[in-house]
Write a protein that binds this ligand. Structure first.
Ligand code: WT7
Length: 635
């Protein structure tokens, strides 16, 4: 692949080239892929509509790039190595050839069950190889996948199915996560009470949990596959997709309303995830890459599946959680498979660090060459521990900043090529043009400055729209500042010109690397019969990065406040999912509001943070005494 720097000077040269001739820069990278027809034009764009089109006129299928083109020279190399939740269960390896065959097989299953190009398929599965097969089969037949994280509730699934107008669901009877068994089909059945667009549900047997299979609607994965095997497993010709055809929808939370369906398209997303993977990780053939994310989030889409497979890499996939059966599990996996590159989240690092170094004893981590971090700011202590105890001081660490909307990494050190500093995303990758702006949208130039982080030029992996509501996409990302993509993050550029992400500047929380909208949690809590109103803020949490603090007003002060607290958690679990449960619930008689009725979140945030010495000016409040009450009872 072209435009991969091997030293700092080359990075600077390539970066300069990418800014001066962005279209040529991306074209050179795109030339390295298998296109059924090449593009007429590299880029068409304006950020007003917004309308962004990469490689217009080009035809491709992303799975030909992830599978077919590796068959000749890497057919027998592992594509996916899968480690089960239970360490005693046997692991599985799928070579490129096997993965290709299974994907073709499942394409026929999808076709037999009436899935057509352009249909939306909702996938709610455990972290098993069949999840990868399902995703790639959708991509191969041109169906749009919408993967939903296993921690979301029936109600959340129903919302997403309805928003996408999904016609099919792929799920499993259940899934294993640590000591827990998640009843996936049961949750889907509840969701389906509210969904009338679904024609078929394909169910994988993973846990042999009893499930209700409904005639003419629900079919078993294994039985459907057997029908294809009986035909001798014919290949499946990949659908010809336009570069700008939809590849997938992934729902993510914002500061208002329900989650929005971020849309990624075939050509640009492929080029971008493949390039960023190869470049940032400085991936060499044969290296084993272990991304610990769940495929239900963008990190799993881009860096367990598409980026690595497009590069013919070996992608390690783990079904369970990092601390099961104990906090040494990740190190066991690295030791067992001799992993070369580990890509994980600060939350995992902090919790394993807190578990104590005894879990590292006897674990051989000497295969590790490069380390990555993603999803949230990494604190210096965790960075240092990761560097010393895991990397043994010899592995470069890449702190990769990006978002669901960006498709792939945007700012990051390049492993072993550009400098790194704890807590810093450092520099934009080639092709990425960040800019810091003030509240009014004026550019902040120079160093030792902070501002709101925007991107001023398109990149191939960026979102194209929010599904079914383009205006929402425009309003959320392109209307705050003229002609800029607004990330929602604050950012510092230090004296050396190094970038550091300082966190969200909107009402979006990042809890254990999971994105949670405060408005969404408030809406859920407010649906409880006993609740009048609520306000959600984040507060620093040692392990999770941010915790969720809820201030709740009830109709009458709860007689049993512990029971009421649990009722509220149940309500949030039902409506959103366990991921959004508040860590703390404080019952209050009122909220600090301005005379115009706006909640002063700044004050609530300070109290939640425990920073109660300087609450600022409270004189504009409708009822300043409420602050005293909240302060007195704060948790
Ligand atoms: C938000 C995006 C990146 C994929 C997983 C999360 C925060 C992400 C970093 C980082 C500091 C980070 C930002 C961003 N974030 N990476 N390296 N350092 N903050 O994707 O759910 O779309 O969340 O995560 O605030 O806006 P996401």
């Amino acid at each position: 692949m072209k435009n991969i720097p091997r030293n700092y000077q080359e990075y600077q040269d390539i970066y300069k080239f990418s800014i001066e001739q962005p279209e040529l820069f991306w074209q050179e990278i795109a030339d390295d892929f298998k296109w059924q027809k090449k593009w007429d034009k590299v880029l068409d764009w304006n950020f007003n509509d917004p309308s962004v089109k990469w490689f217009t006129g080009a035809k491709l299928n992303i799975t030909e790039n992830c599978l077919d083109r590796h068959l000749a020279d890497k057919g027998n190399q592992a594509a996916i190595i899968w480690e089960p939740n239970n360490p005693k269960e046997i692991h599985r390896t799928l070579t490129y050839k096997e993965l290709y065959q299974k994907v073709c097989q499942f394409c026929h299953v999808l076709k037999n069950n009436g899935v057509n190009k352009g249909d939306r398929v909702c996938i709610y599965m455990p972290m098993v190889p069949e999840l990868v097969i399902a995703i790639l089969a959708c991509a191969r037949i041109g169906a749009v996948h919408s993967v939903i994280f296993g921690g979301f509730s029936s109600q959340s699934i129903a919302d997403r199915i309805q928003d996408a107008g999904a016609t099919h669901i792929i799920t499993a009877d259940g899934g294993y996560r640590g000591a827990k068994e998640i009843p996936l089909k049961f949750v889907i059945d509840d969701a389906l009470v509210q969904c009338d667009t679904i024609k078929k549900v394909i169910v994988l047997n993973r846990t042999s949990t009893p499930v209700s299979m409904i005639k003419d609607r629900d079919v078993w994965w294994e039985e459907e596959v057997q029908k294809i095997e009986a035909l001798g497993n014919p290949d499946f010709l990949a659908e010809q997709m336009d570069a700008e055809d939809l590849l997938f929808i992934l729902y993510t939370s914002g500061s208002t309303g329900k989650p929005k369906g971020v849309v990624h398209t075939c050509g640009g997303y492929m080029v971008y995830t493949a390039y960023t993977f190869k470049n940032v990780m400085q991936y060499n053939f044969g290296e084993k890459f272990f991304c610990t994310a769940d495929i239900g989030w963008i990190t799993g889409h881009s860096y367990i599946i598409y980026g690595p497979l497009a590069n013919g890499a070996i992608s390690m996939m783990y079904e369970g959680v990092p601390n099961f059966p104990d906090a040494g599990r990740m190190w066991d996996i690295i030791d067992k498979y001799k992993i070369d590159i580990l890509y994980t989240a600060p939350t995992a690092i902090r919790s394993l660090m807190a578990a104590g170094d005894k879990f590292l004893v006897g674990k051989d981590l000497s295969s590790l060459k490069k380390l990555g971090s993603v999803g949230e700011p990494i604190n210096e202590e965790a960075w240092n521990w990761y560097n010393e105890k895991i990397g043994k001081g010899k592995c470069p660490i890449v702190d990769t900043w990006w978002q669901t909307e960006t498709g792939g990494m945007m700012m990051s050190p390049i492993a072993g090529v550009t400098p790194a500093k704890p807590g810093y995303a450092m520099f934009p990758l080639p092709g990425i043009q960040p800019i810091l702006v003030d509240e009014k949208g004026s550019e902040i130039t120079g160093n030792s400055v902070s501002g709101n982080l925007c991107i001023k030029f398109p990149w191939p992996g960026m979102l194209r729209t929010t599904y079914g509501d383009h205006e929402r996409c425009r309003l959320t990302y392109f209307s705050t500042y003229h002609n800029l993509y607004f990330t929602g993050d604050g950012c510092l550029r230090d004296a050396d010109g190094y970038y550091r992400i300082t966190g969200r500047v909107d009402d979006v929380l990042n809890v254990s690397g999971h994105r949670i909208g405060t408005a969404e949690v408030e809406n859920a809590i407010n649906r409880h019969t006993g609740v009048v109103e609520s306000a959600i803020v984040g507060y620093p949490h040692e392990i999770k990065g941010q915790g969720i603090y809820a201030y709740v007003i009830c109709h009458t002060p709860p007689i049993d406040s512990e029971l009421m607290r649990q009722d509220i958690l149940q309500t949030v679990s039902r409506i959103i999912g366990a991921v959004a449960k508040p860590d703390k619930v404080q019952f209050v008689s009122g909220l600090p509001k301005t005379r115009s009725g706006k909640i002063m979140r700044r004050i609530l945030r300070k109290i939640a943070e425990g920073d109660i010495t300087n609450l600022g000016d409270t004189s504009t409040l409708l009822d300043p005494t409420i602050v005293e009450e909240i302060l007195k009872n704060h948790l």
